[in-house]
Design a protein around this ligand. Structure first.
Ligand code: BGC
Length: 747
């Protein structure tokens, strides 16, 4: 009955769409399929068809711009909630948090009057240097799929479309507009496509953004194999494909491909490929009008789904932004996103007795009363007071506020501790390189931010940097020398984690390594906190007893971080990507990252992230899936049953117990190894996981169901996923490098 209803509903909608299309003129159709503003299309008022209003981006709804220039309006009504970046979200390993993040974003987007929010970004983290890694989730397709689907649902239940980006293989920023990505079919199917397939088939995304780059010779915007064959035919996608801004390069080619809306960064809207040039091409008989009809059809279907218009009157949600509930949700996600990577001697959390006022000191001097002494906490490092929301490229937002780590610590510690701060390292001021906004300039293929190293200006700058660096380092080390606790907060910022440019190397900038070494030499108990969006080399890691990693975690970063440092919150995040020891260890360093003469070949094939390190037996600094807690868990009683249902091949169950003394959460991770196979397969692959919260002493049985696909590889000859019968090893643990429970199963 339900199905029947849906069918008749769908039929009514499709009939209504056809009816509208039949009334539209060629010019009106063209007006609906290209930008009429930097973030909007044109309405057809005569027929009551509204414009589509889009906005970036992944961490919150971007500020308002002039319609035709990249100049922010500068009003006071576009401050928003600032959510954890996708890299932070992925570190939670919690689909519930992904759903919540999507819900907050969708509600805020709707509250700001948007129809499409240009998020989430889900490209694979192939290279640690990619400038936009902070916007992406993981190196692993399973983790991406399982977080993307609930994220989309959370967004779209607010009558706002998610726009999953960037389809496909946009894994580097260098030459992103033109680079031709050469990648084998199996790698596409097993590594680069699954997140997008899940977004379409399981998440039901209403829109999707094509990438700038080429895939095997053709720009993604006019790539028939990618958009017509894979996306539309194989995956059955009937939503809208929106071009990345300025990614369309032709009229006929693109118009005849399954891309629906052309957006760009320049104000000559009537001259976009899908505007006057397309109208002319149709009139000249070069392009059939049916291609425009199909685009309009997809757009109207999305409008119907968003309750923007339709055959019947329905109420659309109004949304809301900057609510207290959003801030609470964001804080909760941040708490689950901050990673504890090292904790020797249980240096963390900084317990109450290490922070309390020393009233007892007066006894030491007999009868003479001594005023209680406040504990001195030295917070060193610019990222302690740095606010990141306003940077990164199109992910920039005007956050209502951002609690810095320093503010968070002061808020948490109150008046009984003396928190002193020193910047410790010097960040040279940036010269305003372009008068034009970077987004407009981005289409000119110029490498942004490159200077002539031999210019007088650069020499003077280097001198200034040297002097300031020495001064700030001395000041910080002196301060650390007289403190009870030393917390270093450094890392990267959006000068490095940024759209349009990849990092040159994986090193910490601004002389931080030297500073950290010095701080650790002075005080071996220095707590090191790194705030960054992508991995850095940490040559001092062996000497740091306590190491905390914090991706850009939103407006409550400082609150959540402080709560973790003092133990009000028990860390439960796990790495969504491998942290290599050095850049030389990565697949991209070995096989080329940026490509020569406009081409990059993904030589590693399916061996990306831990699949690569495990195959090459390269020991990383911190493995995929790794992260510590203030408590410990045991995993026992693994049971593995080959199922008899068609959608469940194997059921895995085990017992997890919190054997420590504080409540905490553990992520049970299940990896599969194909023991014998006709093609080379990874040492193991993540196929399921579950995050569980346990009180001290509490035990829970965790059951994970593995579908047949968890055992399959993509067979290029058969052009399909296949499971080769034989034995498979199921490995369960709490990181890719620690899977103590293992069992074999025959399929
Ligand atoms: C980015 C997209 C973004 C668009 C609109 C492009 O530069 O690649 O991710 O959504 O701009 O700002």
């Amino acid at each position: 009955m339900k199905v029947k209803n849906n069918v008749s509903q769908d039929e009514t909608v499709e009939r209504w769409i056809e009816e509208l299309i039949s009334q539209l003129t060629l010019e009106e159709k063209a007006s609906m399929i290209h930008g009429n503003g930097l973030f909007r299309t044109k309405a057809v008022e005569r027929l009551g068809i509204p414009e589509i209003v889009t906005s970036d981006g992944p961490m919150g709804v971007r500020m308002e711009f002039q319609n035709d220039h990249w100049i922010a309006l500068g009003h006071s009504d576009d401050f928003v909630s600032y959510s954890p970046s996708n890299s932070a979200l992925a570190a939670t390993w919690n689909p519930q948090r992904a759903y919540d993040s999507g819900r907050v974003l969708g509600e805020e987007a709707r509250g700001r009057g948007k129809d499409v929010i240009l998020a989430p970004g889900i490209n694979i983290k192939r290279d640690p240097l990619c400038g936009r890694n902070f916007e992406y989730m993981s190196e692993d397709p399973c983790l991406i799929e399982t977080l993307t689907v609930p994220f989309i649902k959370g967004v779209q239940e607010n009558d706002v479309a998610a726009c999953v980006k960037h389809f496909a293989v946009n894994n580097q920023e260098t030459d992103r507009l033109m680079v031709d990505t050469v990648v084998e079919e199996r790698a596409l199917r097993e590594i680069y496509y699954p997140g997008f397939r899940a977004a379409v088939q399981e998440g039901g995304t209403y829109s999707l953004m094509n990438a700038y780059n080429k895939l095997r010779g053709a720009h993604c915007s006019e790539n028939k194999e990618l958009l017509d064959q894979v996306l539309r035919e194989e995956w059955g996608y009937d939503g809208t494909v929106i071009s990345d801004w300025g990614s369309v390069h032709s009229t006929k080619e693109a118009a005849e491909t399954s891309i629906d809306v052309e957006m760009s960064v320049t104000p000559d809207f009537d001259e976009y490929y899908f505007a006057n040039p397309l109208i002319r091409a149709v009139k000249d008989g070069e392009v059939k009008e049916e291609f425009l009809d199909e685009k309009v059809r997809n757009i109207l279907r999305m409008m119907y789904r968003l309750k923007m218009m339709g055959p019947e009157a329905v109420e659309r949600k109004a949304g809301s932004y900057n609510t207290a509930e959003h801030r609470q949700t964001i804080r909760k996600t941040a708490e689950e996103a901050i990673l504890l990577l090292k904790n020797e001697d249980n240096l963390l959390p900084i317990t109450k007795d290490r922070l309390s006022m020393r009233t007892g000191d007066s006894k030491a001097v007999g009868q003479i009363p001594v005023a209680p002494r406040k504990r001195k906490i030295a917070v060193i490092g610019r990222n302690a007071e740095y606010c990141h929301a306003g940077g990164g490229g199109s992910a920039e937002i005007k956050a209502l506020y951002e609690v810095s780590p320093l503010l968070g610590l002061k808020q948490a510690l109150g008046g009984n501790a003396e928190v002193v701060y020193a910047p410790g390292y010097f960040i040279p001021g940036k010269k305003d390189v372009n008068e034009v906004n970077w987004q407009e300039a981005s289409l000119e293929r110029r490498v942004m931010g490159q200077e002539d190293p031999d210019s007088e200006e650069q020499k003077a700058l280097r001198k200034e940097i040297r002097e300031n660096r020495a001064r700030l380092k001395k000041e910080a080390c002196d301060l650390a020398g007289e403190a009870d606790e030393v917390i270093f907060v450094g890392g990267l910022n959006h000068d490095y984690d940024v759209e349009g440019r990849d990092r040159d190397d994986m090193k910490l900038p601004y002389g931080q390594d030297e500073l950290i070494e010095e701080l650790l030499a002075r005080n071996p108990n220095t707590i090191v906190v790194i705030v960054a969006g992508s991995p850095v080399e940490m040559p001092w890691a062996d000497r740091a007893k306590a190491l905390v990693w914090c991706y850009y975690s939103g407006m409550e970063t400082g609150t959540a971080l402080a709560d973790i440092l003092i133990g009000r919150v028990n860390p439960s995040a796990k790495l969504p990507e491998t942290f290599p020891v050095a850049y030389e260890d990565t697949v991209t360093a070995k096989n080329g990252q940026f490509g020569l003469e406009g081409q990059v070949t993904y030589k590693g094939g399916i061996f990306v992230g831990y699949r690569y390190y495990e195959k090459e037996k390269v020991k990383p600094a911190f493995p995929f899936g790794y992260g510590l807690s203030y408590t410990t868990f045991s995993m026992t009683d693994l049971k593995v049953d080959a199922g008899c249902e068609s959608d469940i091949a194997v059921t895995v169950s085990l017992k997890v117990k919190n054997i420590g003394s504080v409540p905490g959460a553990e992520v049970v991770q299940c990896y599969v190894t194909d023991c014998e196979c006709s093609v080379e397969r990874p040492v193991k692959e993540l196929k399921a996981y579950r995050k569980i919260f346990l009180e001290p002493g509490e035990t829970e049985t965790v059951t994970l169901e593995l579908p047949p696909k968890a055992f399959a590889f993509y067979d290029v000859d058969r052009r399909d996923f296949v499971v080769e019968p034989g034995s498979f090893l199921i490995q369960v643990g709490n990181s890719s490098a620690n899977c103590p429970l293992q069992a074999e199963v025959r399929l």
